[in-house]
Design a protein around this ligand. Structure first.
Ligand code: PA5
Length: 446
């Protein structure tokens, strides 16, 4: 039994008949998705990816990951948005948010090219000093400025350190199979290349080479991950809303949104979930947030945020609902011993696993927040492993697509991302943007 949607805490916020009333709309969304008749239907490769993935490339990914493990102390993964979030989410969830500090036989993994921070880049370069490096540069378009700039720096570093021939053995490119600057460069230089399929958009690409190569280099079992995704593909195939928990999650979000809830907060009780929540935010934010529509996806890690945003959630504007992630079996547990002196008065917590305490924190929080007027659903995740990660990824991807179609938007494009790029190119003097530049410079407040 994998992830389960618990809707019991919706009592008083949303009646069962309100969910059932969405059965027709959900069935239509299902038919639109599976019939490939909806907006963005060029980008549905992820739907059957767990069955139809390229097995030959999958084997090459596993081989490349083994090579990286042998040749590198540090793997630099260069990418932005959908080209890095899934891999980082998987590594932090399955290994640790402290992955780089663990004793291990796999390389440290750092992510670059997701900002233009000179300080971060300098810090990363200094971390690389005296260590063996490999680089996985990931860009579907092959032209995104932030990763392209970072790649320029690391390509130069590798060439200086290992020579052009040596660098070639340490650079792995994940990009379009035929087009783009990165593909051209990779072919010219003879780098190993992996493909972002044409019909899989960036934020749906974690189960392609985009995510799989860095995840495998971190020592995760990517075969199990695909098996988990396949199990979810099968589990959420049924068009009947009342028999499909993935669709129930999508429909519940939609119904709560219609009742004025503008924000979904994904709440988890383990910091290893923090990057998974970042991945979810990109998936739903880029997919739904357009044409003046969409829920704003946000996230908290409890207990940490119970002592910051917890106040707002309990007591502030009633604009949100919460989606709790209940990890039922942590990766590791910790037994709390009794202290004979009990000076801190904490012996009431003793003689039990810390996961029990964390569970009580979760139950206490759900009850407090629902009492404070915040509807809650709970996604019960039996345990953290590769299979469950693959299952969860597919669950959220499909829920997101159905949510987008329920809202009447194209869940597979991201036109809004272009606006800042055009302004950035103009302000930085990219040829072809001269007219816009003068206008923008006049508008910048000095
Ligand atoms: O989901 C998306 O499509 C985006 O977030 C992209 O992944 C992101 O913009 C990076 O694009 P690219 O892989 O082309 O560099």
């Amino acid at each position: 039994m994998s992830m389960h949607l618990n809707r019991n805490y919706l009592k008083g916020f949303m009646a069962d008949h309100e969910l059932e009333a969405l059965s027709g709309a959900v069935k239509t969304a299902h038919e639109t998705l599976h019939g490939k008749t909806g907006l963005g239907n060029d980008f549905l490769g992820w739907v059957e990816l767990p069955t139809n993935y390229d097995k030959e490339e999958f084997a090459r990914i596993q081989q490349a990951a083994e090579k990286i493990k042998k040749q590198a102390d540090v793997l630099i993964v260069i990418g932005i948005g959908g080209s890095y979030l899934g891999a980082r989410a998987a590594i932090e969830l399955l290994k640790s948010q402290l992955y780089n500090n663990l004793k291990k036989d796999t390389p440290d993994i750092y992510f670059a090219g997701n900002s233009v921070s000179p300080s971060y880049l300098q810090e990363l370069l200094s971390i690389c000093e005296g260590r063996d490096i490999a680089v996985n540069v990931i860009s579907k378009s092959g032209t995104t400025t932030e990763p392209a700039l970072a790649f320029r720096v690391f390509k130069d570093l590798l060439e200086k350190k290992y020579g052009a021939e040596g660098a070639k053995e340490r650079i792995y490119c994940t990009t379009d199979k035929a087009r783009g600057t990165l593909k051209e460069l990779a072919d010219r230089e003879g780098y190993a290349t992996f493909v972002v399929p044409d019909d899989v958009g960036g934020r749906y690409s974690v189960l392609t080479a985009v995510g799989l190569l860095p995840i495998a280099a971190a020592g995760c079992d990517i075969q199990k991950m695909m098996e988990g995704a396949k199990a979810a593909q099968d589990a959420f195939l049924c068009p009947d809303l009342m028999r499909n928990e993935c669709y129930q999650y999508a429909a519940t979000r939609f119904a709560l949104h219609q009742k004025g809830k503008a924000v979904e907060i994904m709440a988890s009780f383990d910091p290893c979930f923090a990057m998974m929540a970042e991945w979810y935010k990109q998936l739903f934010g880029e997919s739904e947030g357009k044409d003046g529509k969409g829920l704003y996806p946000s996230s908290v890690i409890f207990s940490t945020d119970l002592h910051s945003l917890g106040q707002f959630i309990q007591d502030g504007s009633r604009i949100m609902f919460e989606t709790f992630i209940d990890i039922q079996k942590p990766k590791q547990d910790f037994f709390i011993e009794k202290d004979p002196e009990n000076l801190d008065g904490l012996n009431f917590l003793a003689d039990q696993e810390m996961s029990n305490v964390n569970r009580k924190v979760m139950e206490a929080t759900i009850l407090a927040h629902t009492e404070g007027g915040v509807p809650a659903v709970v996604l019960e995740v039996p345990e953290i492993n590769e299979f469950e990660f693959g299952y969860m990824v597919y669950f959220f991807e499909k829920a997101c697509a159905i949510s987008g179609y329920l809202l009447g938007v194209n869940p597979f494009d991201q036109p809004g991302v272009e606006s800042y790029k055009k302004n950035m190119f103009a302000l930085l003097g990219k040829p072809g943007y001269e007219d816009r530049r003068a206008d923008l410079e006049a508008r910048i407040s000095k």
